[in-house]
Design a binder for this molecule. Sequence first.
Ligand code: HAM
Length: 418
Amino acid sequence: MALTAVKGFNDILPDEAARWRHIEQTARRVFEQYGFGEIRVPVMEKTELFCRSIGDATDIVEKEMYTFVDKGENSVTLRPEGTAGVMRAFIEHKLYAQDPVARLYYMGPMFRYERPQKGRYRQFHQIGAELTGVTDPLADAQVLTMLTLFFREIGLQEPTLQINSLGCPDCRPAYRAALRVYLEERLGLLCEDCKRRYDTNPLRALDCKVPGCAEATSAAPSVLEHLCTGCDEHFGLVRHYLELSGTDYRINSRMVRGLDYYTRTTFEMVTGLLGSQSAVAAGGRYDGLISQLGGPALPGIGFAMGVERVALLLGSQDFSTTPDLFIATMGQGERELAFTLMDGLLKGGFRVEMDYEGKSLKSQMRRADKLKANYSVVIGGNEVAAGSASFKRMADGSTTGVPLTVSAIQTFLSGALR
Ligand code: HAM
């Protein structure tokens, strides 16, 4: 029996890969415009890194990590997300010594042992960005306007931005205590996971999708009413700057992130078009993470988008490249000229195709159509004798006579394709 891929691990076939390249190129262009530079870190890290950053009591660390012992008896983990590894590299290479304000972006595969469904996979891909060293809410607003611009540039109306503040180590304990008091009387309504998390992570009940939990938490105290003065002012300014920049957003005080490192601003780009996998991108501030990992006391903020989810939102839009020219030949005698022209044009940067197998003219033209070539030309004995041929624009059938030399065709195509 033929072998198949591992469950939850997908092949990205050429048409889909063209959509992915469009997403990646747009992200690179927008992020670099905002001063972000690319960083590439390994897909595997010491397990301890994720326990210390994401948090031992999170779903990711508790049940979703691909962790194993390597041949040297070290516990290693395929990265479930990008922030921890990027911050590990930021600290390890002392990037902060050159400039505490680092702007880094990354893209690549992440791994979580989740139950696969549409928009949720075990190997998935993120494009993320991290900004360190700035406490000012201007940084939050800039990261959010950059993310919003990315979605505009990629041509998506969806998703919409939701923001929240989770407070800081000064004010969150009091909120957690208030929430626990509220939940204590409703423990019977909560799902098994939320019951279990009541002690370690009661906030998770707020965004649990199980109906009983939604009902139980419908009148729960809001985190925003428990922010300390510093966090409250910070959140107010983030909103102010978003408004100044004309960025649409909605406050969602029930948004709780599934990673422990967040402080203050958190956000998600949410869509209604992908069923329960509604977050297309997500992130927030992590002001304690860098020092927690042994680095200097520098704040950070960032996000990551799920490439598969962005690609699903783009739908069946075609981003694949099509040939500029298809060269058809009448007989064996013209194939040498056709090959020389094709070779010269390819070296000149044009996308050119011809028939490989000496097929009938009709079947060659069918192939030109199938490949969606912009222009086609048929070269036969007459064309060779005349030294020129008529180039047909496939969209409307209009023709132009062009000499059969590489340079003349180059000049023609450059003008015609502009
Ligand atoms: P996250 O919310 O865990 O955050 O993931 C970010 C995005 O990755 C999600 O919104 C979703 O689009 C995508 N994603 C997550 N899991 C899957 C999956 N199993 N299949 C497909 N897509 C998925 C983080 O990872 C943080 N590191 C984001 C961040 C950066 N926070 C600060 N800086």
